[in-house]
Every structure is written in C-alpha cells, then in structure tokens.
Design a protein around this ligand. Structure first.
Ligand code: AQP
Length: 325
C-alpha cells in the first residue's frame, strides 16, 4: 500500500476550503506509517512575508491540524523545514525540471503578475512540492482542485527522473474529495476561498461561531430567489449548498429541494459550519494550553520522517551520478 501526503502553508489562517479539500480527506484515512501531514513553512517564503508571523503560524497550524484530527499515532506529522532532505531533494529535482515548465504554473503566473520583485522561490516552489511528495514515495496526494497542475508536475518529474536515471520514485496521483474540491469565497463566488482573499468571504476554522454565522448570512447570493444547485448559473447558492453538503454528507440537490429560501438556507449552512468547526476550536483551545506538547509531537515526526527521507535522497543522489561521501 502506498503512502498519502498533504501539506499546509502557514501564509494566513486555515479555512473551511483547506479543511474539506485536504485536511478531512487525509485525517479520515490515517494509516500508521502510511500517512504524512506537514506544515509547509518553506512555501510561505515565496511571497513577501513577516518572519515572526511565519514562525507563529507554523506552530498554530500544527495545533489546528492536530485539533482537526491529525493523529501522531497514525500519521507522521512534521514541519517541512525541520527535515533538510526536502530542500536537498528539491535541488536534485530542479536539475530535471525545465524553466518553461516552472513558468507555466498558473499559481506562479497569478501570484507574480502584480509584482515587480518576484522571488525565484515563487517560480521553483512547485518543484519543492514535488520533492515533498516524492521524498516519501507517496502514491496519493489528497488536495483541493487548485493543486492539479502541481501534482501533475510532480508526476512528470518522477517519470522523467525514473526514465533517465533508474526507478527511484513512486509516481503520485492526486486525490480530490467527491464534494468541496474547490470551495469558493463567500463574498466573491467567482474566486476560490483562500487564505489571502477577503476575510469576509473566508470561513476560518478558528473564527468564533458568531463570526462564522455573520459571514454566512452576508454571503453573496444570485439574482432570483429559487434555491437550486446550479454552479454554472447560480454560483453563490451552489457554493452554499456545496458547503452544506460537505458538512452534512447530504446531496446538494436534495438540500436545495428541502430549503425554504435564501435566508433559511443560510441559517442551515451557518448551523452546519458551526457544528463542524466547534470540536476543532475546542480541541485547539486545549492544545493552546500546552504548546510544548505540540513541539514534542513535531520532534517525534522529524525522526520518523528522516528515516524515510534519508533513504530516498541517498538513492536519488546515487542514481543521478553523485559520488557517495
Ligand atoms: N477553496 C478551497 N477549496 C478546497 N480546497 C482548498 N485548498 C485550498 N483552498 C481550497 C486546499 O488546501 C490545501 C492547502 O492549501 P495550501 O496551504 O497549500 O495553500 P493554498 O492552496 O495556496 O491555499 P490558499 O488558502 O489558497 O492560500 P493562499 O491564499 O496563501 O494561496 C491544498 O490541498 C489546497 O488544494
């Protein structure tokens, strides 16, 4: 059985899109020594960043992920920069990646377009993401739909390396959740909910119940008043129904049929979001009282991760032609 891996970049605050797109699919199926969850702190250095905020959020992300169900007894749980093999493999993989390939990444194009001081790491971080995945021979990568191109790049790099230098890497595949692979921003349903979009449109996992309710009740809706699941023509309502479906497991069209109008739907969605996130907030509050326990879990994770990662890097170095020390 192959491993499963997913990571979270401490560039803002974790939200419901992160939860349904990647956290829940991974924590629901944790298998000892087969599941890897990490805080991708190095990815947070690709845009202007505040060093103190990245450090603080890294520990906060670790605590939120634990509160959301990451179980160190069943998963290897780590911070990316604590395992130097991530960056070591990154360089080796850069040596089998084309500049044109990296430049074609949609996230690079979007995040670089309004900046005149683009960091080289913004161009190359998808290769680091390939290293994150290939390092652990992960066959499955549970992620949201926005990560499709990056996982495809990881596949291409693995196949190219294996063909040129021998079979070192497992070729990964992306796993999307059946619903909620792309939750949209509540205030602007044309863009995905994200750490860096509008606070009003982003349901943060640590938002208070009142804040969550306020944001849902103010969500942008569509002209008309019928509650129908029609993502093409009624994106605002479809997004609310998708969120409801992700929270309750009910089919979005069935939820639409049961709903008594926009206000009624919003009340139901707010209740479902609060019920889903309440246990996370409570466990987070408990963990917050003992940050040392979180640090200890991360230290254990590094030891376990390096046992796998060290072997992969050694094999990759040998295959690509480096003289063993
Ligand atoms: N809106 C979303 N719906 C479903 N899945 C989502 N993911 C992100 N947004 C949604 C998934 O969450 C995982 C972690 O994402 P990330 O930390 O790597 O960063 P990201 O995709 O860049 O997340 P954001 O929130 O959009 O951050 P910013 O604004 O900083 O770029 C990934 O599996 C992602 O697919």
């Amino acid at each position: 059985m192959s491993r499963r891996i997913t990571g979270f970049t401490p560039s803002g605050e974790l939200h419901l899109g992160n939860y349904f797109g990647a956290i829940k699919p991974l924590v629901d199926e944790q298998i000892p020594d087969r599941s890897i969850i990490f805080v991708s702190d190095l990815h947070a250095l690709t845009l202007d960043h505040d060093p103190a905020a990245v450090r603080r959020r890294t520990l906060e992300f670790a605590a939120v992920l634990l509160a959301a169900g990451a179980d160190p007894a069943r998963s290897i749980f780590l911070v990316q920069s604590h395992v130097p093999e991530h960056t070591e493999l990154h360089y080796l993989l850069e040596s089998v990646t084309g500049y044109g390939e990296a430049r074609r990444m949609i996230q690079f194009k979007e995040k670089s377009k309004d900046s005149d001081r683009v960091r080289v790491s913004l161009l190359t971080y998808p290769v680091l993401m390939a290293a994150d995945i290939l390092l652990y021979h992960a066959g499955e990568v549970p992620v949201g739909a926005d990560q499709r191109q990056h996982v495809e790049l990881a596949r291409d790099i693995a196949e190219r390396f294996n063909a040129a230098y021998g079979p070192v890497f497992t070729v990964p595949r992306m796993v999307n959740p059946p619903v909620a692979a792309r939750i949209m921003d509540l205030a602007r349903p044309a863009v995905k909910m994200s750490k860096s979009t509008s606070p009003a449109g982003t349901l943060r996992l640590l938002d208070s119940p009142d804040t969550l309710r306020h944001k849902v009740m103010r969500a942008a809706t569509d002209p008309g008043s019928a509650v129908e699941y029609d993502p093409g023509n009624r994106p605002g309502i479809a997004n609310l129904l998708t969120i409801l479906s992700a929270c309750t497991g009910e089919d979005p069209a069935d939820a639409a049929a049961r709903s008594g109008g926009y206000a009624d739907l919003k009340r139901t969605v707010a209740d479902a979001v609060i019920a889903t996130t309440d246990p996370i907030r409570h466990r987070y509050a408990d963990l917050g009282r003992d940050p040392e326990a979180v640090r200890k879990i991360l230290q254990d994770g590094v030891i376990r991760a390096r046992l796998i990662a060290g072997n992969t890097v050694a094999a990759a170095k040998r295959a690509i032609g480096l003289l063993p020390a």
